[in-house]
Write a protein that binds this ligand. Structure first.
Ligand SMILES: [Zn+2]
Ligand SMILES: [Zn+2]
Length: 497
């Protein structure tokens, strides 16, 4: 990391380019400086690259760009200085598995005030693209967005509105439709047949559009390495069982039940849990080596799985959840209640068994990470009781619990997330030239990863949101959340869980 030289700042000021990129700041704490240049001074910088922290750092921002980040030097006049001595600066966080960010007055700004300045939306809808346009035009506060296509699924699809494909021709047409519709990638789902899935992979390769999502339950993970990200750690025990071939033959023969769309998922889930007993460490090692070689990413979404392992009554009555509900729009809350009301209560024994299965999955995640498989942080925010912004902090804590270092967990939501998205030249680290997204923390996240929730300020697209600004935005979100909006056409989950 280069030191910040005074002459560099003077030269940027002299270039006059900053006029066009005038710093957009809000609130009484952040009056714009005459030069349009702001410097955050005195914090410890954890830049997201994995390099050691830099104490007493200076981070210079203009417009939506980081001009410099490094050790403190004197700054020329005209630069507005924000004293953040004693604080910790990290890159803006990315949540690579979200839903419902099209709620432009609630969900979108909630991500940002909680430090999530970028999201990958896993079910693209016309409203999602509308909200992204409004955010990019500066009309509303929200994260940067990478947007999936509609869900592409097989005849057993559980979500109304998904694009259901029954033949390879239909599967190829769905990929072309996704590309023409402006999706950043194709979202694949659990009930695709192996034949349709192969057709999607080939068409996506031909059209140079990535595909990502659930590895379909009838497709062994080793046959899904071209899929850019694998969500939720699904099917890993089936795929690494000594009996894998037999289990997949059974899964392919298992019919859909149109009367009970969730029946199939329950059967395959039961097989996956039973496969822990026949797990082959050698098969797992071979699979993870292949994933690492191929560059296939894992997006484990630990929090949602862990949360959904509980009994519905304990999820909906959780005091932390009850407190956070006030930020969730009433329409989304109603959907969450609908999802939860359809779930049976669990006995303590069932909960213990599911949590133990979750622990087994976390051990697999650690092995994948150690084998060099890229891991990114995603939450399923917007799905029932997965709170936008907040849940990413919970996810990072679970990544550490699974065995990642706090630095590796942070990178899963910053530099690794950016690399996964192909956006490493723009985002993911606090470095000169990158987009101006930062989080200022009150305490050291490397000493205790839960400190990522102790947010002092957020910088989103160069916009500085200090403590008073964040409190004001949260109050606005809470007020907006009580107003019923136009009901969206489709539900906002994506997951079987
Ligand atoms: Zn999802
Ligand atoms: Zn999912």
């Amino acid at each position: 990391m280069g030191d910040l030289a005074r002459r560099d700042v003077l030269s940027w000021l002299g270039k006059g380019a900053l006029g066009a990129a005038a710093l957009s700041v809000v609130g009484q704490e952040a009056a714009a400086s005459p030069s349009g240049v702001t410097a955050l001074v005195g914090a410890t910088l954890i830049d997201g690259t994995g390099r050691p922290p830099v104490r007493d750092a200076t981070i210079v921002l203009a417009g939506d760009r980081i001009l410099a980040a490094g050790r403190h030097r004197d700054l020329p006049r005209g630069v507005r200085v924000v004293d953040v001595a004693g604080k910790y600066v990290i890159p803006g966080l990315w949540d690579l598995h979200t839903h419902a960010s099209f709620f432009a007055d609630t969900v979108a700004p909630l991500h940002v005030v909680q430090g999530v300045t970028g999201v990958r939306e896993m079910w693209g809808q016309p409203e999602t693209h509308d909200t992204r346009r409004r955010i990019e035009a500066g009309e509303v506060l929200g994260p940067r967005m990478v947007i999936a296509s509609n869900i592409v699924d097989g005849p057993g699809a559980i979500w109304p509105g998904a694009d259901v494909v029954r033949t390879p021709d239909e599967a190829r047409a769905a990929v072309r439709g996704a590309k023409d519709g402006g999706a950043d990638f194709v979202k694949v789902y659990s009930f695709l047949s192996p034949e349709c899935y192969a057709a999607i992979a080939a068409e996506a390769r031909r059209l140079r559009i990535p595909f990502a999502g659930h590895v379909p339950a009838r497709v062994p993970v080793r046959d899904a390495l071209a899929q850019h990200t694998h969500e939720h750690l699904y099917n890993l025990f089936t795929s690494t069982s000594d009996n894998a071939d037999e289990l997949y033959a059974k899964l392919r023969a298992l019919p859909d039940d149109p009367a009970d769309p969730n029946w199939w998922g329950r059967q395959s889930g039961r097989m996956e849990r039973a496969a822990v007993a026949t797990h082959s460490p050698a098969r797992a090692a071979e699979l993870f080596r292949a994933m690492a070689r191929r560059g296939t990413w894992q997006s484990p979404t630990l929090f949602v799985e862990r949360n959904m392992s509980r009994s519905p009554s304990s999820i909906v009555n959780d005091p932390v959840a009850l407190d956070r509900l006030r930020y969730i729009p009433v329409d989304l809350r109603a959907q969450w209640q609908l999802i939860m009301s359809g779930r049976p209560e669990r006995t303590p024994e069932e909960v213990a068994a599911l949590l133990a299965f979750g622990d087994a999955r976390m051990r697999l995640l650690r092995q994948m990470h150690e084998a060099g498989v890229g891991v990114v942080a995603g939450t399923d925010a917007g799905f029932a009781y997965v709170f936008p912004g907040f849940s990413l902090h919970d996810e990072l804590a679970l990544l550490v619990r699974a065995g990642l270092t706090p630095m590796a967990a942070l990178r899963a939501a910053t530099s690794e997330a950016a690399r996964c998205l192909g956006l490493a030249h723009e985002t993911g680290t606090v470095s000169a030239g990158k987009q101006a997204d930062l989080v200022v923390l009150d305490a050291d996240p490397l000493a205790d990863i839960t400190n990522v929730s102790r947010i002092h300020a957020v910088v989103s697209r160069g916009r500085y949101l200090g403590p008073a600004d964040r409190a004001r935005v949260l109050a606005e979100i809470e007020a907006a959340a009580q107003e019923p909006a136009e009901a969206p056409a489709t539900p906002m989950g994506c997951c079987v869980h």
